[in-house]
Design a protein around this ligand. Structure first.
Ligand code: HEC
Length: 264
C-alpha cells in the first residue's frame, strides 16, 4: 500500500465510521443553530489542510448545552456526529464538554461569497461544508477528539445503542474501562459481534480473539502491532495507551467471548 493510500485509510478511520440512524435520540440539526455568538479561532495545524487555519466557529459546549439536562446527566452517553452522507463518529460526552471543541462554519481565508476552501481527500476535492468540528488546543489525541467534517447533526445516544452488539451486557469497572477504550480507539476499524468498522478483522465471532491468540501477547500487540507484524495496517498505540489500558481492552474482549451475538 502506498503511503498516500495508507494515510487516506487512517483518515477515513479517524473521520468516519459506520452509518447509523440517530432516530429516537435527542438530535440537534446543525443547519438550525444560532450563529450570532461567533468567535474567530486559530488552529495551529489543521489535520485536513495540513497548515494553520482560522475559522469562524461556535463553541461545541454551547451547542451541546441545548440537549435536555436529563440526557446530559445520564450515564454512558456518547456524542454522535453525523455527516451529510450518513456516516458518523462518536466521542465521550465528558471529552466533548471539556476540551473546548468548536463547530466551524466558515474559513476566514475563503474568497468573498464563499465559506470554505477545498482540500484533497483521496481522489476527491472536497470542502468541510457545512460544518466541521475543530480543536484549537494543540496536541490532542485525534482518536479521542475527532475532527469530522461535512457535519449535518449531533445526537446524544447511550453507548449500548450506538455500538449495538459490541457493547457488553455484563458491566464491571474493568469491562467498562476496556469497552470505553475499545470504542474510542478500535471500533472504527474492528467489529465485535459484527458491530463496528471493517478495516480490521472481527474480534469475537465465530471465534473470540482470546480463543486463538496467545493471550499474554495480546496487550503487547494492541500497544504496538508493527512490532509484531511488519507491514501491518494497524497503527501503533504506544504513545497513546499504556499497558494497563491495553489490558483493560483485553478484559473487555475476553468478556465478549461469553456474549457472542445470538447467545445473549
Ligand atoms: C486503522 C485501523 C485499525 C485500528 C484503529 C485498530 N486496528 Fe487492530 N487491526 C487492524 C488491521 C487492518 C488488522 C489486521 C491486519 C493487519 O495486521 O494488518 C488488525 C489486527 C488486530 C488484531 C489481530 C487480529 C488478527 O486476527 O490478526 C487485534 C487483536 C487487534 N487488531 C486489536 C485492536 C485493538 C484492541 C485496537 C484498539 C486499541 C485496534 N486493533 C485498532 C486495523 C486497526
Amino acid at each position: 500500500m502506498t503511503r498516500l493510500k495508507f494515510f487516506l485509510f487512517l483518515l477515513i478511520a479517524i473521520f468516519k465510521s459506520h452509518s447509523v440512524s440517530a432516530e429516537g435520540w435527542p438530535t440537534i440539526e446543525l443547519s438550525g443553530i444560532d450563529l450570532t455568538t461567533v468567535k474567530r479561532i486559530q488552529i495551529k495545524e489543521d489535520p485536513v489542510y495540513k497548515t494553520s487555519k482560522e475559522y469562524e466557529a461556535i463553541p461545541l459546549a454551547q451547542v451541546l448545552s441545548r440537549f435536555p439536562e436529563a440526557d446530559r446527566a445520564a450515564k454512558d452517553r456518547v456524542v454522535v456526529f453525523t455527516a451529510k452522507d450518513g456516516y458518523s463518529v462518536s466521542m465521550a460526552l465528558a471529552d466533548a464538554m471539556s476540551e473546548h471543541g468548536y463547530i466551524a462554519f466558515r474559513d476566514t481565508e475563503a474568497p468573498s461569497g464563499q465559506k470554505w476552501l477545498t482540500f484533497k481527500f483521496g481522489k476527491e476535492t472536497i470542502t468541510p461544508a457545512p460544518f466541521y468540528l475543530v480543536w484549537p488546543k494543540q496536541g490532542l489525541d485525534k482518536w479521542r477528539y475527532p475532527w469530522p467534517f461535512q457535519l449535518a447533526s449531533i445526537s446524544l445516544q447511550p453507548a449500548s445503542t450506538y455500538f449495538g452488539a459490541a457493547a457488553p451486557a455484563k458491566i464491571t469497572d474493568d469491562i467498562r474501562t476496556g469497552f470505553n477504550l475499545f470504542s474510542t480507539y478500535c471500533i472504527r476499524c474492528h467489529s465485535v459481534n459484527l458491530s463496528g468498522g471493517q478495516v480490521g478483522p472481527e474480534l469475537n465471532v465465530p471465534k473470540n480473539i482470546t480463543e486463538y491468540f496467545i493471550e499474554a501477547e495480546l496487550a503487547g500487540f494492541i500497544l504496538n502491532a508493527p512490532a509484531y507484524r511488519s507491514g501491518t495496517k494497524m497503527p501503533s498505540f504506544e504513545k497513546i495507551l499504556d499497558r494497563q489500558q491495553a489490558k483493560a481492552i483485553v478484559t473487555y474482549l475476553k468478556q465478549m467471548k461469553n456474549e457472542k451475538a445470538g447467545t445473549k
